[in-house]
Design a protein around this ligand. Structure first.
Ligand code: IMP
Length: 411
């Protein structure tokens, strides 16, 4: 049983909590794209955990946590995160790293920052973690993969070419910054290889075995559909595919194996970085793009004091009503939003646990969003804690339901 969980907007939808809720019933959780540009905050048993690379399923003692081939991995950051998790008494024995995952090399964050500086006012607002340059090298076929860490001779030879012939000339001649010392990079990455070696594996047979064993597999998305390299607000996007398609190529799972795609949406819209952003049109687009059949709506409580609440239902661009975000970023920047106005509920939802206890206006807002997006809202989150969750009735099949059946607080 395979469930894909994607962010429906620009990231920061509060996926961490939903992933945590679903991970409890998962046998395997796979992260399949992005890198440490992501940050999932999970509040579990009163403790706050912040994950950048390790799937938050690590908090459950029997869940296998896989860092898939589609991820770009900063070994230094991963090792720090592994140490943090261990120092809180949590075992990392169930962590597996794909030998095909690409590595963030020391020049990637440097080039990320230098390229952003070069762009001046047109900068993308990247996280400076080296994500774009690492994916660019992967596509250019000069990337380093996790498996390379286990082959010091190969690593040395490849550094001789990539660092000496390509990266250092760029750093020195184009950007006039000091070159990187190949031996120092080799020593650093060889040491990473020694520490990460036991976790680096070919994940293909491991994932296949989980599939044939009919295990519950959760593909946890990072970022969001509107940051998708192809379908997001290009160029204000990340360099991977955070949509459902990317989850598959980033993990080696076939489309026919997928049972459910769930989307996490914040009850309102924001984005980190730069670029235009609006709303409900985006949600409808995300549902269609990813084949979302079940929605988790987060942070509803943030709207508790807003009255009225406006939902954007369409964009007017060049005099025409558009039902989906346009690919042309300047049309998107200048379009006029069409709003629908609903009454607010002006009361706290943070303590609500059952759908029937929601204020009428909140219920109406949720139902209208569901109607506009074309998918049922099965989970409503009203706070960061695990129990600040409302399992809505009449939901969908899949992991969400399996979770709901086991949720003691569910009516
Ligand atoms: P990059 O992924 O560092 O290249 O950044 C590209 C864009 O994606 C920037 O606007 C970032 O702020 C945004 N971004 C990347 N990762 C995340 C995330 O996990 N949450 C929200 N925004 C993100």
């Amino acid at each position: 049983m395979v469930t894909i969980l994607v962010g429906g907007q620009w990231g920061d939808e509060g996926k961490g909590k939903i992933i945590d809720l679903l991970s409890e019933k998962a046998d395997m959780v796979i992260r399949s794209q992005g890198g440490n540009n992501a940050g999932h905050t999970v509040v579990n048993a009163g403790q706050e955990f912040r994950f950048h690379l390790i799937p938050s399923g690590i908090l459950y003692p029997t869940t296998t946590c896989v860092i898939g081939n589609g991820v770009v991995l900063d070994p230094r950051v991963l090792l720090e995160e592994m140490q943090q998790v261990q120092s809180r008494g949590i075992s990392i024995d169930r962590l597996v790293i794909s030998d095909r995952a690409h590595l963030i090399m020391p020049w990637h964050p440097i080039l990320d920052k230098l390229e952003e500086e070069q762009r001046g006012d047109d900068r993308l607002g990247t996280t400076w973690r080296g994500i774009g340059p690492a994916y660019a090298d992967k596509v250019r076929r000069i990337g380093f993969r996790a498996g390379d860490l286990l082959k010091p001779r190969f690593l040395e030879k490849k550094l001789g070419f990539v660092l000496n012939k390509i990266k250092n000339p760029i750093l020195q001649e184009l950007y006039h910054v000091p070159p990187l010392e190949p031996q120092a990079v080799l020593d650093e990455y060889t040491a990473y290889g020694e520490q990460l070696g036991p976790f680096i594996k070919d994940i293909f047979p491991i994932v296949q075995q989980a599939l044939t064993g009919n295990e519950q597999i959760l593909l946890e998305g990072a970022q969001g559909s509107m940051l998708d390299l192809d379908f997001g607000t290009y160029p204000y996007v990340t360099s991977s595919s955070p949509s459902a398609g990317g989850a598959l190529t980033g993990s080696g799972i076939s489309p026919t194996a997928v049972d459910l795609t769930m989307g996490v949406f914040k009850a309102y819209t924001t984005r980190v970085g730069y670029g235009p952003m609006l709303d409900g049109v985006v949600a409808r687009y995300s549902v269609a793009l990813n084949g979302i059949r079940s929605i988790a709506l987060t942070k509803l409580d943030v709207l508790d004091e807003f009255d009225p609440i406006r939902i954007c239902t369409g964009y007017i661009s060049k005099g025409e009503l558009q039902s989906y975000p346009m690919s042309n970023i300047s049309h998107l920047k200048h379009c006029e939003p069409v709003y629908e106005t609903l009454p607010g509920w002006r009361s706290s939802t943070a303590g609500i646990r059952r759908p029937e206890d929601l204020p009428k206006a909140a219920r109406r807002y949720i139902d209208r969003l569901s109607e506009l997006c074309g998918a049922p809202i099965d989970i409503v989150s009203v706070g960061a804690a695990r129990d600040q969750t409302i399992w809505m009735q009449g939901g969908q099949t899949g992991l969400a339901v399996r979770q709901r059946e086991h949720e003691p607080s569910h009516p």
